[in-house]
Design a protein around this ligand. Structure first.
Ligand SMILES: [Zn+2]
Length: 306
């Protein structure tokens, strides 16, 4: 997909644009159907653009992630022949880099220490007020200062997205009180370090986009192209997630793969194998078929998958 000029990979002097996409699951449970759909979308987009597709394990939240789930997720992805083109990186090995980048923001006073609790922020709908009123102690989090910047970008699937008040109304945590870095900071640094040129991810992440684009600006980096596929929802209209007890999917199960492709607008006529299905799907993938769709409720025949 090319909604803007491709980045030149930083480690290449070939003088030619190379697509690099990724799938970055959090190992808080086994892979479920919604994650398979996301993994497939990023894979198909990368392969249709003759690009590399990389798996990264987003285990930055050490309180929720388990190494055993990482292994299980990778095994399931491999069983669907979704294999990383490069050795798989794990965020928990990269905390020193996150610390260095937080320091850059500290030096420019773009972040501030904060001791606010969820309870004290409840009167602000969980957002952080412009000024921090907490009393500091030794343990505190680091938040990004609010900004009046407005971000707009062209999302190949969701159309033109404009974020007017996103940065004004809140100050996201970049490092938590318990010393874990936030997803927001880690994902931007990792995508930049791995020269990711294109993000294809679930529509639930649209709301984090402005903050990420802002971080790219603060570090003076060029952001990747970003597009958001529809979120697969359960009968209550909620995202299928580990939080609402989504079932693990069966490994290497062709019918499950075909149903996942169906939600990406690809209906294949009984391919004989997973590898055949994938190579057909790479040709058939057309993000514009999903234009402006943010949610796709699971069809009745697929309710057993969650
Ligand atoms: Zn505060």
């Amino acid at each position: 997909m090319s909604n803007k000029p491709k980045l030149e990979p930083h480690n290449s002097n070939l003088g030619k644009a190379v697509y690099r996409g990724r799938f970055a699951p959090s190992p808080t449970g086994p892979l479920h159907f919604g994650s398979l759909v996301s993994a497939l979308a990023s894979y198909l987009d990368a392969k249709q653009n003759q690009g590399d597709w990389i798996i990264r394990i987003e285990d930055v939240d050490g309180t929720r992630c388990k190494a055993s789930f990482s292994e299980q997720i990778i095994e399931t992805l491999n069983s669907y022949q979704l294999s990383s083109d490069e050795p798989i990186k794990v965020q928990s090995n990269n905390t020193q880099t996150y610390e260095q980048h937080l320091l850059i923001l500290k030096e420019q006073t773009l972040v501030f220490p904060c001791n606010c609790t969820r309870q004290s922020l409840s009167e602000y709908n969980g957002n952080h007020p412009y000024e921090c009123k907490s009393t500091l102690s030794k343990t505190h989090s680091w938040r990004l200062k609010a900004s009046n910047d407005v971000y707009q970008y062209e999302d190949t699937i969701q159309g033109s997205l404009k974020f007017i008040d996103d940065l004004k109304s809140t100050s996201p945590i970049l490092k938590r009180k318990d010393d874990y870095f936030s997803y927001q900071l880690a994902v931007v640094i990792d995508d930049h370090q791995q020269n990711i040129t294109d993000l294809v991810r679930g529509a639930d992440l649209i709301e984090t986009t402005a903050q990420q684009l802002y971080l790219y600006d603060l570090f003076k980096w060029t952001p990747p192209s970003i597009c958001h596929i529809p979120l697969i929802t359960n009968t209550l209209g909620e995202k299928i997630s580990k939080q609402n007890h989504a079932k693990p999917i069966e490994n290497g199960h062709l019918p499950t793969l075909l149903r996942a492709l169906h939600y990406l607008g690809i209906d294949l006529n009984s391919p004989p194998s997973i590898s055949e299905a994938l190579s057909l799907a790479v040709k058939e993938w057309k993000p514009s078929k999903l234009y402006r769709i943010k949610h796709l409720p699971l069809e009745e025949q697929d309710l057993h998958l969650i």
